[in-house]
Design a protein. Sequence first.
Length: 189
Amino acid sequence: MKKRTRNIIGFSILILLLAFWIVLFRYVNPQVIVAKIGAANGYLILFLLGALGGVSIFTGPSYFIALTTLAIGGLNPFLLGLAGGLGVTIGDSVIFLLGVSAGKKAPEGFQKKLEALEKRTKNKPDWLVNLILYLYIGFTPLPNELATIALGLIGYKKKTIIVFLLLGNITSGVLTAILIRFGINLFGG
């Protein structure tokens, strides 16, 4: 199957999934969904969606849709952040490790850009690089892949990045769940 055809199919599936969620929420209250699947299953589902969503930019929206649904449905925002953060960290770690192996096989022109990035990163104190990584992952809506692939390509310390990915993903999940919960209550959803 051609790459273009696969991309069209993948995008179509994403659009259909989003349309399904929109129609579902039009007619079914999120509290009813959470009541049907149960709280424990909700955390497990979010964990699994986080792991799958962390592997690709295109599967990430399903994680955030589920996080929104479960937060509105009344599940604990801290447990949602923990379950989702663990799942997303697993997916991000896969991307990071792929970046590590791809960095060794990059073309020569690209290797020079990687060397420049590595030089800039190594000239900064470790605490600053880790803080920037944490703030990026935990407080921006940008895809984690931008950071994980770049750091993987330059061979950044594996254990360190996984710790800060985990902390950032948990922070992001908790903040999102709390903001959704308070936003719904504040604006009368």
